[in-house]
Design a protein around this ligand. Sequence first.
Ligand code: S3P
Length: 171
Amino acid sequence: MNSLLRGVNLYLIGMMGVGKSTVGDLLAKRLGYTYLDTDDLIVKLAGRSINQLFAEEGEAAFRQLESDVLAQVCARKELTIATGGGIVMRRENWSYLHHGLIVWLDAPLELLYNRLAEDTTRPLLQDPDPKGKLRSLLEQRKPLYAQADLHIILREGETPEEIANKVMEAI
Ligand code: S3P
């Protein structure tokens, strides 16, 4: 059993495009944990895509579902959970996240933007200036992400396996 983890959930937080899902899946396999993704759970619960949910119900409804699924997963154990990039925005979510170990995957704006430039699945980037939008979200959220238990800095060209290795060494 891992020293910092001791069976509690591992939460990956950080900006969209940083690779929380891919790394989370790898980490779950290495830890013998079950992998979950809050966005996937929301899509299942709502019966529609994140884009549809934002368009039809608005961001506030999405954020409520996000808190609801987080409350559900935090009652379970031995999960690796990739969270949506905006989960840190609601104060109540922190009381759930702190039941587990919180890891911030942090990457520079350029790296994030290069991965997201062609993306059509993130409603917050359907903006006349997607890079500016990403920059302002990153600036706004950085102090919140910094409340994580562990801070893992990603470099250009690092593979998901290498990032997972860094997390495994840190926990
Ligand atoms: C969001 C990030 C997305 C998704 C939604 C909102 C955000 O998840 O939850 O589009 O506010 O940053 P990923 O971080 O998995 O892309």
